[in-house]
Design a protein around this ligand. Structure first.
Ligand code: HEC
Length: 491
């Protein structure tokens, strides 16, 4: 015992760390902040530490080369005891970390903790969010499977839209004009050296400021932050009714972090590791490459935007979002902290949550991608065939056999990549239908070479029957003139 104490004293005399550590542990925090609402920051840190440990373990086996990466993941999944579990922990840890960082941010925002004097803590926090997302994106590339390959392709195409420096940025990102071996090496360097280095530096700075400035007090409606008096008020608050951080406040953090670790482990065991999906092969064009969960909303947004709006929205919206986040403490640095008196703040959070939630949901269901088996699994509804001529029925067969159903729905069944065709004859004349089928256009393939003239006329005859029974199909203007001249112009 005495020996240990001696050794401890020897080190402390030289390191001088004993006093600062004790002061940090025992520094008083406002009584009400020992609350379950204040556990997300430390939980994010716990996730990060889990990522470091599991990441190092993975790096022992993982081979960061385009030819070997996929195989080394197979080895991890199947060849090494518990390799799959480490991969699953790392993958789920990443998802949890992104989610907890976001929750932490929302809590800090709603509790007004970004106000004076913690503006810089918030700004570093925003940077932490960015590097966390950077880790998530580069991590997805490490799998170097089909999804990673196409995710990267989409990322590159977004980057290439930046005016002037776009092509150069893509070249830098991919290590050449195409996704190749150099690309993976670059992303590996980013994922294990550059971004974690930034992350550790920012986390250190963030924590230092949290300790120096003290934990945000519980926001009381009506307790206003003023630059002139805040520091004094906070000191009085913590000294009069403060409690020491250790042990009074810290046990909730520890308990919650433990719970999160258990939840990650449970997900890892139950759902297993992510991928790898198929080997990357540029000749296989997946119709629906899917990004990881937290980028799904972006994917949905991309799919719904009209092509002309894509570039401005993709480039300008994130920049504006970032500027608003960074500038927030400067235009709202004082005043009311409690969310009960900040309805606009609460509404903003709700609005963003609903928008992101909806987008994510849409991204999961991708109604715009073709339903590849609709042509064989969805028969043409009976009412579209009943009482039709032989030619029209023949056309229905062509419609089924040429897989139009994969992209077009009839009676709400079938794909939704193209418009529903239930009433197409109201909008398009026979000539327009022929042109659409033969030439395609928009996102529709041209069928000219794949249809014989007989098939085309049968198909179009069928399409012309697609209108509600009580409305007349479209005809071209000259036909209307010839047939209905007496009705239209009695002159
Ligand atoms: C890969 C998906 C896809 C397939 C397969 C497909 N289409 Fe289309 N189709 C579309 C899209 C997308 C549009 C909308 C084009 C546009 O925006 O200009 C469209 C438009 C049309 C239109 C015009 C609809 C309107 O309201 O303007 C018709 C008619 C049509 N398709 C018929 C067919 C027929 C017949 C077939 C089978 C021979 C077929 N399509 C196969 C995707 C597809």
């Amino acid at each position: 015992m005495r020996l240990i104490q001696k050794v401890g004293e020897w080190f402390d005399l030289r390191l001088q760390l004993g006093t600062p550590i004790r002061e940090t542990a025992e520094h008083p925090v406002p009584r009400e902040t020992a609350s379950w609402f204040y556990v997300f920051g430390s939980a994010a840190l716990t996730c990060f530490m889990l990522q470091i440990v599991t990441g190092i373990l993975l790096a022992l086996i993982y081979v960061p080369s385009a030819g070997e990466a996929w195989n080394s993941l197979q080895t991890l999944n199947h060849g090494i005891a518990l390799g799959w579990f480490i991969r699953a922990l790392h993958g789920w840890g990443s998802n949890f970390m992104v989610a907890i960082v976001l929750i932490h941010m929302v809590q800090v925002f709603l509790f007004g903790a970004y106000k004076f004097p913690r503006e810089l803590t918030w700004i570093v926090g925003v940077l932490l969010l960015l590097v966390t997302l950077g880790m998530a994106f580069t991590g997805q590339i490490m799998r170097f499977d089909q999804d990673a390959y196409w995710g990267l392709g989409i990322g590159a195409s977004i980057a290439s839209r930046v005016p002037v420096i776009g092509p150069w940025a893509v070249n830098l990102m991919l290590g050449g004009p195409i996704i190749a071996g150099a690309t993976l090496s670059r992303f590996f360097a980013l994922h294990v050296f550059v971004i974690p280095g930034l992350l550790i530096a920012f986390v250190g700075l963030h924590l230092l400021m949290v300790l120096k400035l003290g934990i945000n007090e519980w926001p009381m409606p009506g307790r206003i932050v003023r630059r002139a008096t805040y520091m004094q008020e906070y000191r009085e608050l913590t000294h009069k009714e403060g409690i020491p951080f250790v042990p009074s406040a810290v046990w909730k953090d520890i308990l919650f972090s433990g719970f999160i670790l258990l939840a990650i482990a449970a997900c890892a065991v139950y759902f297993g590791p992510f991928g790898p999906s198929g080997q990357p092969d540029p000749t296989i064009i997946q119709t629906a490459p899917r990004p990881d969960f937290f980028f799904l909303w972006l994917y949905a947004l991309l799919s719904f935007l009209p092509p002309s709006a894509e570039t401005p929205i993709l480039l300008i919206a994130p920049a504006i979002g970032l500027i608003v986040l960074l500038a927030l403490p400067f235009f709202a640095g004082e005043g009311e902290k409690s969310w009960k008196r900040r309805p606009i703040a609460v509404l903003t959070v709700l609005l963003i949550a609903v928008a992101l939630g909806t987008m994510t949901h849409l991204g999961e269901h991708t109604p715009w991608s073709p339903v590849m088996d609709a042509w064989s699994s969805e028969p043409i509804p009976q009412q579209y065939i009943h009482g039709r001529t032989a030619l029209e029925r023949q056309g229905a067969l062509v419609f089924q056999a040429k897989q139009c159903h994969n992209c077009h729905s009839l009676d709400n069944r079938g794909g939704k990549r193209g418009p529903a065709l239930d009433a197409v004859a109201l909008q398009l004349t026979k000539d327009q239908l022929i042109r659409q089928v033969i030439q395609g256009g928009g996102n529709m393939p041209a069928y000219g070479k794949n249809l014989s003239p007989a098939e085309t006329s049968a198909l179009v005859a069928f399409l012309e029957t697609l209108h509600p029974a009580n409305q007349k199909p479209a005809r071209n203007a000259s036909q209307v003139d010839a047939l209905g001249a007496s009705e239209v112009s009695p002159r």
